[in-house]
Design a protein around this ligand. Structure first.
Ligand code: ZN
Length: 279
């Protein structure tokens, strides 16, 4: 297909069929046994001469192992619907190292990997084998990542950094020790990719922490940081919310699996959504 315009995109590669509200909100929320659908995304920023992939998803094999995770297409396959291939990817940002963000690391042979050092240190430490953490990591992915570090392909960050003139990486912590979010200044406006700093709109909009917490105070501060990074005109895109597909349009031929994250579209066409984002 023809190349998509520069901008930010969400790739909705999988979902989960068995999921309750109680899993996703801290404490013991009302209606904790209610169904609470969850989607799995990776993101892409096309920026002048760069193709930046934000997180790498889990593989079909991991979906089978964990169960109840219908799989649409791999993130590298969905990337092709934007007119790019995995070989075109110049940069991969890993927001954090949970299993649903670290698969397919070997699919992008030319990419530089961007990761916070404290995130790598934590998941390489004995603490990451304790029951509260072990089920969230994927050992083969982490071994692959260690190989990439060894090969000198990983940029280990100590705090906020710039990936390019228009793309910033911001350390927030909270969900994991080195959780980072991405802010992209696109032609369509400011897009803040929250990843799991806010799984759902309901987390940061209602100041309600997610159920998996590394540091509760930092999780609240991350919500503040997301709002600050988006400013008055930008949008925050949560990491797992099926509502992202209601608020943003699919690219042509994308079957709602490839979504164009354009604040301008919201301003023009989605008055309800804009209202929902007012802060
Ligand atoms: Zn996640």
């Amino acid at each position: 297909m023809t190349a998509a315009p520069d901008g930010a995109y969400a790739l909705r590669y999988a979902s989960r069929t068995v999921s309750t509200r109680g899993e996703h909100f801290y404490g013991h929320p009302d209606g904790c046994l209610d169904d609470w659908p969850i989607d799995y995304f990776t993101w892409v920023v096309l920026d002048a001469d760069r193709t930046v992939v934000v997180d790498t998803g889990f593989t079909p094999q991991t979906a089978l192992e964990r169960g109840d995770r219908p799989y649409a297409a791999t993130p590298p396959q969905l990337l092709e619907r934007l007119g790019r291939t995995a070989g075109d990817v110049t940069d991969v940002v890993l927001t954090h190292l949970h299993y649903d963000h670290t698969g397919h690391l070997d699919a992008y042979p030319g990419a530089r990997i961007w990761l916070q050092r404290r995130e790598l240190d934590f998941w390489s430490s004995p603490l990451a084998s304790r029951p509260g953490f072990a089920h969230l990591r994927h050992d083969a992915d982490l071994a692959r990542l260690a190989g990439l570090v060894e090969a000198g392909r990983v940029e280990l960050l100590d705090g906020d950094a710039r990936l390019s003139d228009r793309i910033g990486l911001h350390l927030v912590g909270g969900h994991t020790p080195g959780m980072q979010v991405v802010r992209a200044a696109t032609d369509d406006g400011l897009v803040v990719l929250a990843s799991d700093a806010s799984h759902f709109y309901a987390n940061y909009e209602n100041d309600h922490p997610y159920g998996v917490v590394y540091h509760l105070e930092d999780m609240h501060l991350a919500f503040d940081r997301l709002r600050e990074l988006a400013g008055t005109d930008g949008v925050v895109v949560p990491g797992h919310d099926p509502r992202v597909a209601e608020r943003f349009p699919p690219v042509p031929g994308g079957e709602a699996l490839v979504l164009h994250l354009t604040p301008r579209h919201l301003a023009v066409n989605h008055e309800g959504a804009v209202h929902a984002q007012q802060r």
